[in-house]
Design a protein around this ligand. Structure first.
Ligand code: GAL
Length: 678
């Protein structure tokens, strides 16, 4: 049996490998074989029960929990810990029959159909009562079970409900927020198109495009609705759970999480994760292959929710069932992906799912074990990971990613831009990654954090399309630069207030003095326009902003537009302005990739930001630093060909247990976990 002493059931002290396991799909006589195979694959955790409501409570108040107890014990006897899901994403048929009204209503006013998932209205009191009952029963039984190390609430919140109850609650939310209709009407400029409201009851839920202020508040209301639903579950759970003691990264107790979906934008993830102990996410590639320069950003985003390590709660065991072409990842690619997650701060990687269910909507999804109960070819890759994780679990215990760069993310800016793209191809996340990728290509670690977070300890802060720039955000950025920080402001920065109204000033609004420039016009582009300067000669695509220098002596013009639409010709496109101890780069262009790389290379070098290590193209190097200060380097070859890289020092490679000189050979999709020798 695998030694599990170091995997002592804590959230941040161990590297877990696991899978979603649904023992309720199978006769109990089969469980020992599943568990044997899990152990042989090196699994240390299983995620149970997340959709098992109809098995756990087949009729109101009739709880059948013994089977789950037996499953948890059987897993524990093989040193496999359990994460329990609350099954609320799958309200059962009897409950829906009892309370048809708990079904969510879609945009066209129809109740959604029973039989898929997340079919509930998140604000339904009947659903809330049923949730309290099932979660209460589960936690009374399993809350103190030492083998249950954490809980996952629901599954991938995503539904938006348009029912009359939600509409009334939305109106009440607005009344509380704005205090008076006069205030609401003023913030939303409702005189426009005669939208003036004279009673709260007149305010609709936006369907499709609507008043930008109304749309923004509805997103906040959806966020608040899920937050309340989540709190309701937390309030039931927490009194029964051993409290967490997260001092200096050391844990104990039982954590609660939810499995988010990376860049999904249905609600403000910072608000929701505030109430959770741990952030986790589900990572799927779908059709095609993994692009490591962008996928690192989604890990960093999830790490940034709580600004500490996270779990990869689901990922694909080679293939999925729901994409256009459900191709299998190349042999070794999923292992490289798992290692990328760890390199970016994941303390666990769990596959979805263990074995193909014989029926149900996901029959063809990738699994570790096929419908016959035998391991699929992919099982071997998981087994390799099991060996990997066992080899370095204690080495990576209590280690974290340390970054000198932060990229600021804001859901309100993102929503507002997505609703009014102005150029159909302008995508907030793509633009965000346009700044992330050149850093990733140089192995420069970055935190992706909320634009409302303190900025201590960073050398460089990048604010991609930070459209909404209120005073507190502006003050934090001002202070950061005054203390010597390097700040990058980009196109679409500083245009709007907290209500999604345009600021009555030129971009970048409250940061004009800091930037030393103002934007006199923005242009959606039909064709790329030339941009050239000392650092690069290239083009701007999709978008261009015409900058006007305000501080003639201080501002350095880095690049200007060439001949294009006449309005841009010869005007500044990129500027640098010193301010206090620091400096501000304003990037008015959406540069081609080569120019963007040159720009970011200049910016990072001026800010004194260090790459983790130099690697050949296609090899990623990351670093986790333990509480004791030991640096652990992870090198991942994301290519199908062998790669040779030079190490700055001789090292110990912990997956093979070998010492390596200054030359490291990485097999296709190969991984090395290194510590410096001497
Ligand atoms: C996730 C979901 C899982 C499973 C998986 C399939 O979104 O949480 O339950 O359906 O997709 O890829």
């Amino acid at each position: 049996m695998r030694e599990s002493a170091t995997c002592d059931l804590r959230p941040v002290t161990c590297l877990h490998l696991g899978a979603a396991y649904y023992p309720e799909h199978w006769p109990e006589e089969r469980w020992p074989e599943d568990i044997r195979l899990m152990r042989e694959a090196g699994l240390t955790v299983a995620r149970l029960a997340e959709f098992a409501w109809s098995t756990l409570e087949p009729a109101e108040g009739d709880f059948h929990l013994d089977w789950l107890d037996r499953a948890i014990s059987a897993l524990a006897s093989a040193s496999i810990a359990t994460v329990l899901g609350t099954p609320t994403a799958a309200p059962p048929a009897w409950l829906v029959e009892q309370h048809p009204d708990l079904l969510a209503v879609d945009e066209s006013g129809r109740h959604v159909q029973f039989g898929n998932r997340c079919h509930y209205c998140v604000n339904s009191p009947q659903f809330h009562a049923a949730t309290r009952r099932i979660v209460g029963a589960m936690v009374e039984r399993f809350g103190s079970n030492p083998h249950v190390i954490g809980w996952q609430l629901d599954n991938e919140y995503n539904r938006v409900c348009y029912c009359d109850r939600c509409r009334s609650l939305f109106q009440r939310y607005l009344a509380e927020k704005f205090g008076s209709l006069d205030a609401l009407n003023a913030h939303w400029t409702t005189r426009y198109w005669s939208q003036t409201y004279s009673a709260w009851e007149q305010i609709p839920i936006p369907i499709g495009l609507h008043n930008p202020g109304l749309m923004l508040e509805f997103k906040r209301f959806v966020t608040e609705s899920y937050r309340q639903f989540q709190r309701l579950q937390l309030d039931v759970l927490r009194p029964h759970l051993r409290p967490l003691l997260l001092v200096g990264g050391a844990g104990g107790g039982v954590w609660v999480t939810h499995n988010f979906m990376g860049w999904f934008d249905g609600f403000d993830h910072y608000a929701l994760t505030e109430d959770l102990d741990l952030a986790s996410w589900d990572w799927y590639v779908g059709t095609g292959h993994h692009d490591y320069l962008s996928s690192g950003a989604a890990h960093d985003l999830t790490r940034g929710f709580k600004r500490r390590n996270f779990w990869l709660m689901e990922t694909q065991p080679g293939s999925v069932n729901w994409s256009a072409i459900n191709n299998m990842l190349n042999k070794g690619e999923a292992r490289a992906m798992a290692w990328q997650a760890v390199a970016h701060g994941a303390d666990a990687v769990l596959y979805w799912q263990w074995r193909s269910a014989l029926g149900g909507q996901e029959q063809y999804h990738g699994t570790l074990v096929d419908p016959s109960g035998q391991p699929r070819p992919f099982y071997e890759e998981a087994q390799q990971l099991g060996r990997d994780f066992a080899a370095v679990s204690s080495l990576l215990a209590n280690s974290a990613v340390v970054s000198e760069v932060a990229l600021l993310n804001s859901y309100d800016s993102r929503w507002a831009i997505q609703w009014q793209r102005h150029h159909r191809d302008f995508d907030y996340v793509a633009h965000f990654n346009h700044y992330y990728r050149p850093l990733a290509a140089r192995n420069i670690a970055a935190d992706v954090i909320s634009a409302d977070t303190p900025l201590d300890n960073y050398k460089l802060v990048i604010a991609p399309a930070l459209l909404m720039l209120n005073e507190s955000r502006a003050a934090r950025l001002r202070d950061f630069v005054a203390r010597g920080g390097h700040l990058v402001l980009t196109i679409r920065c500083g245009m709007k207030d907290d209500y999604n109204a345009l600021l009555p000033s030129r971009q970048p609004g409250p940061l004009v003095d800091l930037a030393g420039v103002e934007i006199v016009e923005y242009y959606a582009l039909l064709d790329p326009v030339p941009v050239a300067g000392e650092w690069f000669t290239g083009t701007s695509r999709l978008w261009a902003e015409r900058l006007r220098v305000l501080d003639e002596t201080g501002t350095q013009v880095i690049a200007r537009y060439g001949e294009s639409n006449g309005w841009l010709n010869g005007h500044p496109a990129v500027t640098v302005h010193p301010h206090g101890q620091g400096r501000v780069v304003f990037v008015g262009a959406y540069l081609d990739e080569v120019s963007q790389q040159s720009l970011l290379d200049r910016i990072t070098s001026a800010a004194g930001v260090q790459p983790v290590m130099e690697t050949p193209v296609g090899v990623e190097a990351r670093r986790r630093v333990t509480a004791a200060g030991e640096e652990v380097f992870i090198a991942i070859n994301h290519e199908r060909a062998e790669q040779l890289m030079r190490l700055p020092w001789p090292a110990r490679e912990h997956l093979s247990g070998q010492s390596v000189g200054e030359e490291l050979r990485l097999a296709p999709y190969g991984v090395a976990v290194l510590t410096r020798l001497a």
